[in-house]
Design a protein around this ligand. Structure first.
Ligand code: PGA
Length: 254
């Protein structure tokens, strides 16, 4: 039985005051469903990680970073290492978000190194994958997702894989208000799980949490969560509103 997982990706939003205020409201809401099973994480910008981690320290809410570099230290101006993220209280780290792939230009190879470095540094990576609109329209979805999984996880042992969460986020659904239908999402989640079973084995593939992301809102999360291979969500815009994020958590909790 996979424990549902809801993570909020705050992207480049909030400030030193509003980040703490937002997470404090999430902590209060989370405490009200403390008896139910759900993993909750928030991913603020780097500069607010420490303050947010302090604010959640006595709660069940975990903190994740939105990115990480794959070297341990040294002359990498502007980058942040896994050890630094651990040091300020991170448990999770998002790797390969579509905005980093398509705006910043990260490749599958870089993302693979980030996953390996994150795991070596004791962080739990969330590997984001998903096709562009043009790729979907050209019937390339399965091919793109397969490549992103194979290359993103290349060289990872089964033991390491068990610490990874996958997030399927069709790029055309991110920040657009256009969600994949539950059937469209389920079809790709199934494909991902079958691929993991092929690369590793079925019992391990059955353990891996696969989140859906892309315009997840309180009014569409329940039908997405009802799909057999959807284990939670990676929430962008709606995670910036405590009430909306809590409603999504509430509907995922079992
Ligand atoms: P969205 O973003 O919920 O605003 O579509 C999701 C994401 O990019 O992780």
């Amino acid at each position: 039985m996979r424990k549902p997982f809801v993570a909020g990706n705050w992207k480049m939003n909030t400030d030193s005051h509003s980040s703490v205020e937002l997470v404090e409201r999430i902590v209060v809401g989370a405490s009200k469903i403390a008896g139910r099973a759900v993993t909750i994480a928030v991913c603020p910008p780097f500069v607010y990680l420490q303050a947010v981690a302090q604010a959640v320290s006595a709660s069940s809410v975990a903190v994740g970073a939105q990115d990480v570099y794959f070297e341990q230290n040294g002359a990498f101006t502007g980058e942040v290492s896994p050890a630094m993220l651990k040091d300020v209280g991170c448990t999770y780290v998002i790797c390969g978000h579509s905005e980093r792939r398509h705006i910043i230009g990260e490749t599958d190879e870089m993302i693979n190194k980030k996953i390996a470095a994150a795991l070596a540094g004791g962080l739990l990576p969330i590997l984001c994958i998903g096709e562009l609109l043009g790729e979907r329209e050209a019937g390339q979805t399965n091919k793109v997702v397969t490549r992103q999984i194979e290359q993103g996880l290349a060289g990872l042992s089964a033991e390491k894989l068990s610490a990874v969460t996958v997030a399927y986020e069709p790029v055309w659904a991110i920040g657009t208000g256009r969600t994949a239908t539950p059937q469209q999402a389920q079809q790709v989640h199934r494909l991902i799980r079958e691929l993991l079973a092929k690369i590793y084995d079925e019992p391990l593939a059955a353990e891996i949490r696969i989140l859906y992301g892309g315009s997840v809102k309180p009014d569409n999360c329940a039908e997405l969560m009802a799909q057999p291979d959807i284990d939670g969500s990676l929430v962008g815009g709606a995670s910036l509103k405590a009430d909306d994020f809590l409603a999504i958590i509430e509907s995922a909790a079992v």
